[in-house]
Write a protein that binds this ligand. Structure first.
Ligand code: F6P
Length: 352
C-alpha cells in the first residue's frame, strides 16, 4: 500500500545528515514507491503557514549532497515545543499533510521531544540517532560522531608540531555535552598526554605533576584534551551566554590552560575546536551507518513497527523500543576499555 512519510532533522547538526536523508528517500521511493516529505528546520517547518515542507525525490541526490556536512533540510536546537505549548499546532500540521509515519533524526534531547509529540498526536514514529556527542543509550555509534572524532584528532596532529616549536602545552577543548566520548577517543588517537572528561574527576596538582614528569624526560611540549563539560576543580560549570539568552558549555580550556601555566610555568595556548566538529564532510564510517540506518528505518515503517529507534550494535543495525532509552544517556565509566588503554599509554585521565 502506498504511504506518505515525513522526515526531519532535529537538534544540533552533524556530518552524515544529508547521507541519511538520501538513504531514506532512495529506499522509500525506489523499493516501496512511497512519497517522502522533508520537513524544514526540524519541527519549525510545521509551524509556518504555508507549511515549510518539500517532496523529496531520489534525483535530488544525484549531485554531491551525500558528501556534504550540515543538513539541507535545516535543523533547530532551541526550545522545547511543550514549554510554549505549540505541540498541538505541530500535531495538527502533521495531520493536515496526512503523513502515515514520521522518521525523526536526532540526539537524545530531540528524541525525547519527538517521542512525546508523536505519542500525544498518535503519530507513527521511528527515530534515527545522530549526535557528535555519541551519548544515545544502547547505541554504539551515532551519525556524526566518527567525523567529529576525526576532526579533533586532526587538530591534535596540527597542534603537536607548533607545540614542539614553541615548547608549549597546548590545550584542545572539544565538544561532547555531558559525555567524554570525543575527548577520550580523539585524545588517544591524537597522542594526548592529558585527557579530561566530565565523568572522571581530576586534580590540578596531578596534571602539573604529569607535565613536570614529561619535562623531566626531555620532552619540551605537551598536549591536553579537555571536554567542554569538565568542571572547574571547585565543581563549577563554565558556560557562555549569548545575546539571545541561550547558554552553552564552553571556556573550560582557558581555565585549565591558566592553571597549568601558573603551576608549571609551561607556556600554554588554548584552542576551542567548536563547530568545525560538526560541519565537515562525513567520514566513510558516518556515511556507512547513515546509509544503513536510513534503509533500516524505512523497512521498520513498512513493517509498521513504531515507537522504535534504530541503533548500531555488534557491527550492524537493529532496533529497540524508544521507551527503553528515555531519559538515559551513554557516558564513560572508569572501567571503560578505552580508559584502560589511555592508562596503559601513560595518559593522565583523572583520579581513577
Ligand atoms: O549536542 C551537540 C553539540 O554540538 C554539543 O556537543 C554542544 O555542546 C552543543 O551542541 C552546541 O550547541 P550550539 O550549536 O547551539 O552552539
Amino acid at each position: 500500500m502506498s504511504k506518505k512519510i515525513g522526515i526531519l532533522t532535529s537538534g544540533g547538526d552533524c556530518a552524515g545528515l544529508n547521507t541519511v536523508i538520501r538513504a531514506v528517500t532512495l529506499r522509500a521511493v525506489n523499493k516501496y514507491n512511497w512519497q517522502v516529505y522533508g520537513i524544514k528546520d526540524g519541527t519549525l517547518g510545521l509551524m509556518t503557514d504555508p507549511l515549510n515542507i518539500i517532496e523529496l525525490k531520489p534525483t535530488d541526490f544525484d549531485g554531491n549532497l551525500m558528501r556534504m556536512g550540515g543538513t539541507f533540510l535545516g535543523s533547530n536546537n532551541k526550545g522545547n515545543p511543550f514549554n510554549s505549548d505549540i505541540s498541538d499546532q505541530i500535531i495538527d500540521s502533521f495531520k493536515k499533510i496526512k503523513l502515515d509515519a514520521l522518521i525523526g533524526i536526532g540526539g537524545d534531547g530531540s528524541m525525547k521531544i519527538l517521542q512525546a509529540l508523536t505519542k500525544k498526536g498518535r503519530i507513527n514514529f521511528v527515530g534515527i540517532p545522530k549526535t557528535i556527542d555519541n551519548d544515545v543509550k544502547e547505541n554504539e555509534l551515532s551519525i556524526g560522531y566518527d567525523t567529529a572524532v576525526d576532526i579533533a584528532t586532526n587538530a591534535l596532529d596540527m597542534l603537536q608540531p607548533t607545540a614542539a616549536s614553541h615548547r608549549r602545552a597546548m590545550i584542545l577543548e572539544v565538544m561532547g555535552r555531558d559525555a567524554g566520548h570525543i575527548a577520550l577517543n580523539a585524545g588517544i588517537a591524537g597522542g594526548a598526554d592529558v585527557i579530561l572528561i566530565p565523568e572522571i574527576p581530576y586534580s590540578l596538582k596531578s596534571i602539573s605533576r604529569h607535565i613536570e614528569k614529561i619535562r623531566s624526560t626531555g620532552r619540551n611540549h605537551a598536549l591536553v584534551v579537555v571536554a567542554e563539560s569538565v568542571r572547574k576543580e571547585d565543581g563549577s560549570r563554565v558556560t557562555v551566554k549569548f545575546v539571545d539568552g541561550e547558554v552553552r558549555l564552553g571556556g573550560i580550556g582557558a581555565y585549565i590552560g591558566d592553571e597549568i601555566y601558573k603551576s608549571t610555568e609551561a607556556e600554554t595556548r588554548v584552542t576551542v575546536l567548536g563547530h568545525v566538529q560538526r560541519g565537515a564532510p562525513p567520514t566513510h564510517r558516518d556515511r556507512l551507518i547513515a546509509s544503513a540506518f536510513g534503509v533500516y528505518a524505512v523497512d521498520l515503517v513498512a513493517k509498521e513497527k513504531f515507537n522504535r529507534i534504530v541503533v548500531w550494535q555488534n557491527r550492524g543495525v537493529t532496533d529497540i523500543d524508544l521507551d527503553s532509552i528515555a531519559g538515559k544517556s551513554k557516558t564513560i565509566s572508569k572501567n571503560d576499555p578505552l580508559i584502560k588503554v589511555a592508562e596503559g599509554l601513560g595518559i593522565y585521565v583523572g583520579e581513577l
